[in-house]
Ligand binder design. Structure first.
Ligand SMILES: Nc1ncnc2c1ncn2[C@@H]1O[C@H](COP(=O)(O)OP(=O)(O)OP(=O)(O)O)[C@@H](O)[C@H]1O
Length: 846
């Protein structure tokens, strides 16, 4: 770009032709015909761009750069196509001497195309001269390239002239000797080998031959058999042709001279162009030098800028160091200030805490004083508590008295073990002496301290001795308890595993004495085992009226005056067996209104009394290591269906319960049954009330339900002795059977008939089971499954269980028939012996 303005100032044609860069052409001076006629107007762009681009990189050589294009144009003619420009004339060569190169042209006959082809067509030399465009020189050269063979092909060869003429335009193949066509200006040359017939005619002579070929042909002609005349004529023709040729050569020489002139003019032009280029080169060099100067100036400026930047960087770095130093100093000052402030705060906090500590200390001292006074109060309270303890000791003494009474009762209870009770009495005496000693100690404690302490030691020793004796006594009692259980069981077995008690209820106020049947109790004052019942009047066939006296004997007969607690005294041994781990079943059998429910479930009935006794006995057994848990169920068998009397009353007769037996353990379970844990004796009363309420809800008439269904109170007693490791599981079943009146007598129909049938069936099944057990069918089939009741009581009837049957008797004459039936059934049961020696019952008729 530096040289651009100068390029614009050029006025010569070469400069303007080479400046093809955009922008420069528009501002270029208008050279008119030169710029418009120059065919290479677009080419010099590359040619002239070379010197411009190389300005900054290469040293300029004036002759080689500025003269590149013209020299190339000439060199091209000289080097490559010298023969093709002027020398590609058939048969002749022209040599042009130039300062640097030797140009040669073929010499041959005058070719009318010479000027046309070599000088750009029919233009004249002057016209060509006027066109100084190098492209004008290129054009003919290119045409000659296309039309002319290589220069070596212009040499004449030995061969057939007709062949040469026939293959005028055929190029020579590589490696093959060229057959140069000989071009004649007018007619084709006849071949040398002419037939003998035509020898009379003059053979054709090549019009235009090279010197060598001419001589050869001449000799050939001489060697032929031509006659002398023909030879002379031929020679004359040849000479004429030579002269003609010489003239033509003179003309050609003149043309060549003109060409030389043209070339000289061209050379002059080129030299002028070279000078212009040299000048341009000089200018460019000057530009380059100025650019170099600018470059060095720019480099100097850059260096200066770098130096300034380094200085600025140094200044910046120095300023930053200074700022950092100042910041660091300020930070240090801040830290010191913070430290000082914190030290002040710490000192103030320290003072504050010391003052608080002093306050706290004072408060603690005050609290200590208060605690001292409080402890004094506590001491007084302790003294008061001591008095209370003294009173408690007195209470303990009273309790000891109770224990003494209990011991007395125990002594009564184990009447058959009296000698053991003597030992207990001895222990009691020991305890009394201990109590006395304790009393003395208490009195002594109220006296002097030293004496108290000595007496306390003595008392303590006595107490320890008494405790040891008590423990020994307890152990002895435990052994005795075990022995008692064994003996008790033996006694129960001796009494029979199934027993029958008979109870006659008293007449009700509503029942007149005339309605009362005659019943006697002959051994009431002795064993009270017999009952005589005067039967209803019977007329004989003779018309005499007689009454049958029915005597029955059972294990015990209770008259109308007997109270429930007396009855219970007789069965309490069985309840004790349940606590000892036996299955016990007590059931009441009799007709409706005979007093079953009164005996079993009244307020002082067997169930409440049994539960109370169990609680009392369980408590008394605790000191012997026994702990008991009690669970109760209350179920009803109605129409051979099982109902839960402790469950939802709405589900009565609706919810199905099934009986399951664990044959391995001998246990019975009822599905979906309500189980109540009996934690106190009072709970049994609520259970009985609940069951009665449920039954009344289900009943259509008062007292109806209880008469038409069996109720079973199941009490499971599980005891564990943590001292001996013994365990017992007993079940007490207290059964209130439905009325046993016979179907024929009840006069029932419909639903009542069905109820009665079910009741009779179940009672009959009960009798069958007992009878089967009495017949020694323990290992055989016992028809437990014949009714729900017997199936439920399977493990409480027979086997190792104990069964007690109450046969309830109504005192009314109207019930005599049913009464006798019940007593006969009871007699059968009583005659059944299960487990031990069979006893013979007495049934005397008089
Ligand atoms: N030993 C007795 N002392 C006083 N009253 C009694 C005695 N036994 C029964 N009674 C009374 O007799 C009446 C009928 O007794 P209870 O209801 O116990 O007979 P039951 O056999 O249970 O009749 P059901 O089979 O209909 O239930 C009741 O009023 C009851 O109070």
């Amino acid at each position: 770009m530096v040289g651009a303005p100068k390029a614009h100032a050029r006025g010569n044609s070469y400069a303007s032709s080479t400046m093809s860069r955009p922008g420069s052409t528009t501002s270029r001076p208008n050279n008119g015909t030169l710029s418009s006629t120059m065919g290479y107007g677009s080419r010099p762009a590359s040619a002239m761009s070379r010197p411009q681009t190389s300005l900054g990189t290469r040293k300029i050589h004036g002759s080689s750069m500025s003269m590149a294009r013209p020299a190339t144009s000439l060199d091209h003619h000289g080097d490559d196509n010298a023969g093709s420009v002027l020398g590609k004339r058939k048969g002749m060569q022209l040599s042009i001497l130039s300062p640097s190169r030797n140009y040669s042209c073929p010499i041959g006959p005058p070719d009318p195309r010479m000027h046309t082809s070599s000088l750009g067509g029919p233009r004249s030399a002057s016209t060509w001269r006027m066109n100084k465009n190098p492209s004008a020189l290129e054009a003919p050269r290119m045409n000659m390239h296309e039309a002319s063979p290589p220069i070596s092909h212009c040499l004449p060869i030995r061969g057939n002239a007709s062949d040469a003429g026939a293959k005028e335009s055929t190029p020579a193949r590589p490696g093959q000797r060229s057959r140069v066509p000989i071009i004649t200006p007018s007619k084709p040359v006849q071949p040398a080998s002419v037939s003998p017939q035509r020898r009379s005619k003059r053979p054709p002579i090549p019009l235009f031959l090279s010197k060598e070929s001419t001589v050869t042909n001449f000799n050939r002609h001489l060697d032929s058999e031509w006659d002398q005349e023909m030879k002379e004529k031929t020679m004359e023709e040849i000479m004429a042709r030579v002269f003609s040729r010489v003239n033509q050569s003179g003309q050609e020489s003149q043309g060549l001279k003109e060409a030389v002139e043209v070339y000289k003019a061209r050379i002059t032009e080129l030299e002028a162009s070279r000078d212009g280029l040299n000048e341009t080169n000089m200018k460019l060099r000057v530009e380059m030098e100025s650019l170099n100067h600018q470059l060095s100036a720019a480099e100097d400026a850059l260096k200066e800028a770098l130096r300034d930047q380094e200085i600025a960087m140094d200044d910046l770095d120095r300023r930053q160091r200074i700022e950092m130093e100042s910041i660091r100093q300020e930070g240090t000052k801040d830290v010191e200030a913070l430290n000082n402030r914190h030290q002040d705060e710490i000192r103030s906090l320290k003072r504050k805490f010391e003052s608080e500590l002093a306050d706290e200390k004072a408060a603690r001292v005050r609290e200590l004083g208060q605690l001292s006074s409080k402890s004094a109060l506590d001491i007084q309270k302790s003294e008061i508590e001591l008095d209370n303890k003294t009173r408690e000791i007195n209470a303990a003494l009273a309790q000891i008295q109770c224990m003494k009474a209990e011991l007395e009762r125990e002594r009564k209870m184990t009447h058959d073990l009296r000698h053991n009770l003597d030992t207990a009495s001895t222990n009691s005496v020991t305890l009394e002496s201990t109590i006395r000693a304790l009393k003395a100690r208490i009195e002594f404690l109220e006296g002097g301290r030293e004496e108290q302490s000595q007496a306390f030691e003595q008392c303590n020793q006595r107490m320890m001795d008494a405790l040891a004796e008590t423990e020994a006594t307890k152990e002895k009692l435990r052994r005795e308890e075990t022995l008692r259980r064994k003996l008790h069981n033996q006694v129960q077995e001796l009494k029979g595993n199934i027993r029958v008690f008979c109870r006659v209820r008293p007449p009700l106020n509503s029942e007149p004495p005339t309605a009362i049947a005659l019943m006697q109790y002959p051994d009431e004052s002795e064993d009270a085992k017999e009952i005589n019942i005067m039967g209803p009047e019977e007329k004989s066939s003779l018309g005499t009226v007689s009454r049958k006296n029915n005597n029955f004997a059972f294990d015990r007969v209770f008259g109308p005056s007997t109270q429930n607690n007396e009855v219970f005294d007789e069965i309490s041994q069985l309840v004790q067996s349940a606590l000892d781990g036996y299955n016990v079943c007590i059931f009441c059998y009799g007709q409706t209104g005979s007093g079953k429910t009164h005996t079993m479930s009244s307020q002082d009935g067997m169930i409440p009394l049994a539960v109370h006794q169990i609680y009392e006995t369980a408590q008394s057994l605790e000191e012997k290591g026994w702990r008991y848990t009690m669970e109760g169920n209350f179920v009803e068998v109605y129409n051979e269906n099982l109902n839960d009397l402790l469950g939802n009353p709405d589900e009565l007769d609706k919810k199905k319960h099934e009986i399951r037996h664990d044959m391995q353990r001998g246990k019975t379970f009822i599905t979906d049954i309500t189980t109540v844990r009996l934690d106190s004796p009072e709970m049994v009363e609520s259970i009985l009330k609940s069951a009665a309420a449920n039954r009344s809800v289900a009943a259509t008439k008062a007292n109806e339900r209880s008469s038409r269904s069996h109720s079973v109170f199941i009490l499971k007693l599980i005891g564990e002795n943590h001292i001996t490791g013994e365990r017992s599981e007993g079940t007490l079943n207290l059964v209130d059977l439905a009325g046993s009146e016979r179907l024929s007598h009840s006069g029932a129909t419909g639903e009542r008939l069905k109820e009665t049938q079910n009741i009779n069936r179940s009672l009959s099944s009960l009798g069958d089971v007992i009878a089967a057990l009495g017949q020694g069918k323990d290992g055989g089939h016992i028809p437990y499954r014949n009714s729900k009741l017997t199936y439920l009581l399977q493990f409480s009837l027979g086997g190792n269980s104990k069964t007690l049957m109450f046969v309830m008797v109504s005192p009314l004459k109207a019930h005599l028939s049913e009464t006798l039936t019940s007593l006969k059934f009871a007699t059968k049961v009583h005659n059944t012996h299960i487990g031990t020696a069979k006893r013979q019952a007495r049934v005397r008729d008089s």
